[in-house]
Design a protein around this ligand. Structure first.
Ligand code: M6R
Length: 609
């Protein structure tokens, strides 16, 4: 995950930029760079590899500017080399970027046609040229940035430094965090509080779609519409930085909101975003064509990620999938195919049942691939291949960002296996990768409208039992939505395959029990809508999570409607629909005054049977 810092100081800023970048090293990076204004002119130094390479360059060519940017890059588009390192710059502006610019190809074509020369393979460079183009047409830096932001698609944090502007930095966020810090020696921008800790006494976080202008005397926050807004400043608590809640009341809320960033980061690790193909960072140590079956085992939320993945592995890799919860699988004495593939999934990597399932599979000659968040965990250590989810530490007991990152890894794996098995055409793979790349931006869009979930949550908080319905990959998501609600609010909830309703649970329908229908615009929509109508016909208490077209098709009386983007990642809609399911459970629990981060009776890591 890239790290960003910007400093408007009173002394040369290069040493402080390096200091801040060192504090961001934990995020992982493959190159780094800084830019300052030397006699008012943009000057940058970049180096591949570790920060000491950049420091060596700074020794040879010291920078003395009192304003500057720094960046540690974690390659997404383009190779990890010096040329692709940030800041990206032209004669007008330098920019550092964290995230993914989805529409960079269109922008690159458009700007190239206007005479801009691209020097890198990155998506980020398009932002620098877009702003420069606005300035060439007469806009001042502020207007140029505002206009450019309106043209960008995706999830990102950006900081800009302008040629000749000795007292101006501009930052922006959509989907990726960005904070402003105020200290005795200057004002600062950083991708997290940790970067700013040694310098800043106070901090404020940009909200979704905010942008901010910084001068030494004045900080002005703007919302997406360009209106000036206030953002709360609070003291920077040095002690609790690594697990800081940021602006959020609970870790869970913070982790839900981190999803555009960490899912983007995870996708960038498993996809080649420039070519639009899947690219696993490890060799498949088995013959994918010869695989007859994949076995998946996990617990809780991780198990539901596996259930979603079953649809993708069957559909895109044409693999049959056997899946079971680990506490059952470990004792079933299941026969496993010779040289088969076993996938275990775990956030903590320490879950006792999942570990036992892994050991059973190993003892029965399986190649074990684990999808884990904690790289140093026992499950990771005992696996043949580790596919890490790059979710970062998950503190809330209820799993959120680990789940969507597990889905992201599974989606990429399904595409890579499909290609390795010769069952997925290059064209189809590219279409599917484009759908995946859109997910962080769509998640950010859903998160932005969080307030509309609150009235629905108030309604659900009155219930004593709730039913979640979905079809296809939305069925496991219904199970996950119900699990989140149970864990956090202690309201009884069940997830059901929408088509199974008529085989029993329909008897439960009355107006007291909310029925939450997950209905993305996918191949099952029509059928899901029919099931919704079955509930409506029996006077059910319906809450729809879906696009406007689903609401229109349903033409039923709804007690609640959480509108979703019409096109939401096609086959991978589960990644986007996880967000409202999580938010709903979160807000219900908050209304009920429950302990959101540490629900009763639950542990984050379950190391006993
Ligand atoms: O660390 P793991 O992913 O192996 O944990 C598995 C389950 O214990 C976990 O997902 C649990 O269900 C969470 N409380 C879900 O929010």
């Amino acid at each position: 995950m890239c790290g960003i810092v910007g400093i408007l100081g009173r002394e040369p800023v290069a040493p402080a930029l390096i200091d801040a970048l060192k504090r961001l090293e934990y995020r992982g990076y493959d190159s780094a760079g800084v830019a300052t204004l030397e006699n008012g002119r943009l000057t940058r130094l970049r180096a591949s590899g570790k920060l000491r390479n950049l420091q060596d360059k700074l020794k040879e060519t010291p920078l003395s500017g009192h304003i500057g940017l720094g960046h540690t890059r974690w390659a997404t588009h383009g190779r990890p080399n010096e040329n692709n390192a940030h800041p990206h710059a032209n004669d007008r502006v330098a920019v550092v970027h964290n995230g993914i610019i989805e529409n960079f190809r269109e922008l690159r074509e458009e700007l190239t046609a206007k005479g801009h020369v691209f020097a890198t393979e990155t998506d980020s460079e398009a932002v620098a040229h877009l702003v420069a183009e606005e300035m060439r047409q007469g806009s001042k830096p502020r207007e140029a940035v505002a206009a450019a932001l309106g043209r960008l698609k995706g999830a990102f944090a950006l900081v800009f430094l302008f040629d000749g502007e000795l007292d101006l930095l501009i930052g922006a966020r959509r989907g990726s965090p960005l904070a402003v810090g105020w200290g005795d020696d200057g004002v600062y921008l950083g991708s997290d509080a940790l970067a700013l800790a040694p310098f800043a006494k106070e901090i404020a976080y940009l909200e979704e779609d905010d942008w901010v202008t910084l001068t030494r005397e004045k900080t002005t926050f703007f919302d997406a519409a360009g209106r000036i807004v206030e953002r709360a400043r609070r003291p920077l608590q040095a002690g609790s930085l690594m697990v800081d809640k940021g602006n959020y009341r609970h870790y869970m809320a913070k982790e839900i909101h981190e999803q555009p960033e960490v899912v983007g980061r995870t996708l960038a690790h498993y996809l080649d975003l420039a070519s639009g193909t899947a690219r696993l960072p490890f060799d498949l140590a088995f013959d994918a064509k010869a695989l007859s079956r994949v076995t998946i085992s996990a617990c809780g939320t991780a198990f539901y990620a596996g259930l979603v993945a079953r649809y993708w592995l069957e559909r895109f890799a044409r693999l049959s999938v056997e899946i079971d919860i680990a506490s059952e699988f470990r004792y079933r004495e299941a026969p496993l195919p010779e040289g088969g593939l076993m996938i275990v999934v775990s956030q903590s990597g320490e879950t006792a049942d999942t570990l036992a399932a892994l050991r059973y599979a190993k003892a029965h000659g399986q190649h074990v691939l684990s999808i884990v968040n904690v790289e140093t965990s026992t499950i990771a250590r005992e696996s043949d291949t580790v596919a890490q989810t790059l979710a970062g530490p998950e503190i809330g007991v209820a799993s959120t960002k680990a789940f969507t990152c597990q889905l992201a890894v599974f989606a990429c794996l399904a595409l890579a296996l499909g290609r390795a098995r010769g069952v997925l055409t290059e064209e189809r793979e590219k279409e599917l990768v484009a759908e995946l790349i859109a997910t962080p931006g769509l998640m950010a869009q859903v998160l932005k409208d969080e307030a509309r979930i609150e009235p629905v949550a108030r309604d659900v908080a009155r219930a004593s039992s709730v039913l979640y319905l979905g079809r296809g990959p939305s069925y496991p998501l219904a199970l996950e939505g119900a699990l989140k609600l149970k864990e956090l609010s202690y309201i009884h909830a069940e997830g059901y395959a929408a088509g199974e309703l008529k085989h029993g649970p329909i008897a439960l329908i009355d107006f007291a029990m909310p029925v939450i229908v997950l209905a993305p615009h996918d191949a099952s929509l029509e059928k899901t809508v029919s099931n919704l109508q079955e509930v409506a016909a029996r006077g059910g208490h319906l809450i729809l999570i879906g696009p406007e077209s689903a609401r229109v098709a349903a033409s039923a009386e709804l007690a609640g409607f959480i509108e979703m983007p019409e096109v939401a990642a096609g086959a991978f809609a589960a990644l986007v629909y996880a967000v409202p399911a999580q938010l709903l459970a979160y807000h219900v629990a908050v209304f009920m005054g429950k302990d959101v981060d540490q629900p009763r009776n639950l542990a984050k890591s379950v190391t006993v049977e």
